[in-house]
Design a protein around this ligand. Structure first.
Ligand SMILES: Nc1ncnc2c1ncn2[C@@H]1O[C@H](COP(=O)(O)OP(=O)(O)OP(=O)(O)O)[C@@H](O)[C@H]1O
Ligand SMILES: [Mg+2]
Length: 373
């Protein structure tokens, strides 16, 4: 019940108590007083009216006094009980809010049970504490991950610089290459972190225009084809006729598909195939990047979109990956109002990433013989 309802009920109970006391007192006192006065009137001829009036006044005074007294006592009692519970609930809430603001996110407010508004307030404060706790844990983990990622290249660079300084190493093309590789790894890490932060906070402006999925896919495939040819992996593209256009930022969606297709080639041995496709699927356009490569075991699947998550840390870091690519993919797809998911039957059985983006309502559909809509 809401708090206002409870207050109305307690007021009604106070009134009821007054009425009940009035009735009881009137029943108990009234007849006796009347009988007494009538008896006295029978001994004093001519005084009936005066006695009746006196009986009425004293009976109603007694009734009124008792009823008012009972109402005052019960309303004081009800006021005291209600205000005590309200005050203790507010004190409790204030204490928890102060603890949360001091950085303790594991504290919770007990629902006071004095009206649904108070329970809702307790629920909202608890949800806020939980959310802040989760953000705080994420922030800590992110800092630890960044520090960890920075350590290796920075340690390598400074070890080489020390060796050059001591004359143990000379500045040969090989040394320069190592230093450059580590420096570019740091630059890429900074760029990727910046991109994922901007996309996740919604601060990345999207230049949304109607985009033809066919054009998007071909552009992505063309830019990565040399890498595929070098790795001996076949890249197949296919857009189902009738696939509608989407409202998207061309560069950002290019980045999404690029990251997925880049991962696919890295995880597919020579002789394998990567299929990059788009098709209509209800109200969305479904993009898929399916490879016949390493696959991902079920236990890792729920985490691959997390920042810095790599299935095989040594191997994945070995090729320069820091595990941010898929976090960028997810943030960008969400910013476009879409969803991204991953499927894999298991190790060495291939992986499929699926990106669903809302189809542009009543936009023209792509048809193999009518390009350029
Ligand atoms: N197609 C795939 N097949 C098998 N495993 C994959 C595939 N795509 C991603 N993964 C796994 O998911 C992890 C996370 O991918 P993500 O793109 O976020 O990071 P990365 O490629 O290692 O580094 P980055 O993209 O930052 O260079 C990878 O390290 C890899 O273990
Ligand atoms: Mg990647």
């Amino acid at each position: 019940m809401r708090f206002g309802g409870r207050l109305v009920v307690s007021m009604a109970l106070v009134m009821l108590c007054g009425v009940l006391v009035a009735w009881l007192v009137a029943q108990a006192v009234g007849p006796g007083v009347f009988r007494d006065h009538m008896e006295r009137a029978s001994h004093e001829p001519g005084s009936v009216a005066a006695h009746a009036l006196e009986a009425f006044v004293s009976a109603s005074t007694a009734t009124l006094a008792a009823a008012l007294g009972a109402a005052v006592v019960t309303s004081l009692l009800a006021g005291f009980l209600v205000s005590r519970r309200v005050a203790s609930s507010l004190r409790n809430t204030a204490t928890v809010a102060a603890q949360v603001s001091a950085g303790r996110f594991d504290v919770r407010v007990m629902p006071p049970g004095i009206g649904s508004e108070f329970d809702e307030l307790a629920g909202a404060i608890n949800a806020m504490a939980q959310r802040l706790g989760r953000n705080d844990a994420m922030r800590r983990r992110l800092m630890a991950d960044i520090a960890h990622e920075l350590r290796t290249p920075v340690a390598t660079i400074s070890a080489y610089l020390d060796a050059l300084d001591d004359g143990v190493e000379v500045l040969s093309p090989a040394t320069t290459e190592v230093l450059q590789a580590q420096a570019s790894r740091l630059t890429r890490l900074a760029d990727d972190l910046g991109a994922v932060m901007r996309a996740e906070s919604g601060a990345m402006p999207l230049d949304l225009v109607p985009v033809d999925p066919h054009e998007l896919i071909e552009l992505c495939a063309e830019s990565l084809r040399p890498r595929y040819e070098r790795s001996g992996v076949a890249l197949v593209t296919e857009v189902r006729p009738g696939t509608p256009r989407i409202l998207a930022d061309r560069d950002r969606m290019g980045q999404v598909l690029g990251n997925l297709v880049d991962n696919a080639v890295r995880h597919t041995p020579a002789g394998g195939t990567v299929r990059l496709t788009a098709e209509p699927h209800g109200a969305v356009v479904r993009f898929a990047v399916a490879d016949t490569g390493d696959g991902i075991e079920a236990e890792h699947l729920p985490y691959v979109f997390e920042r810095f998550y790599r299935v095989d840390v040594a191997r994945d870091r070995g090729h320069g990956g820091s595990g941010i690519g898929l976090a960028i993919v997810r943030a960008l797809v969400l910013a476009h109002g879409g969803t991204v998911s991953v499927l894999s039957p298991g190790k060495s059985m291939g992986t499929t990433f699926v990106v669903d983006l809302p189809a542009r309502p009543d936009g023209p559909r792509w048809h193999p013989f009518s390009r350029g809509h």
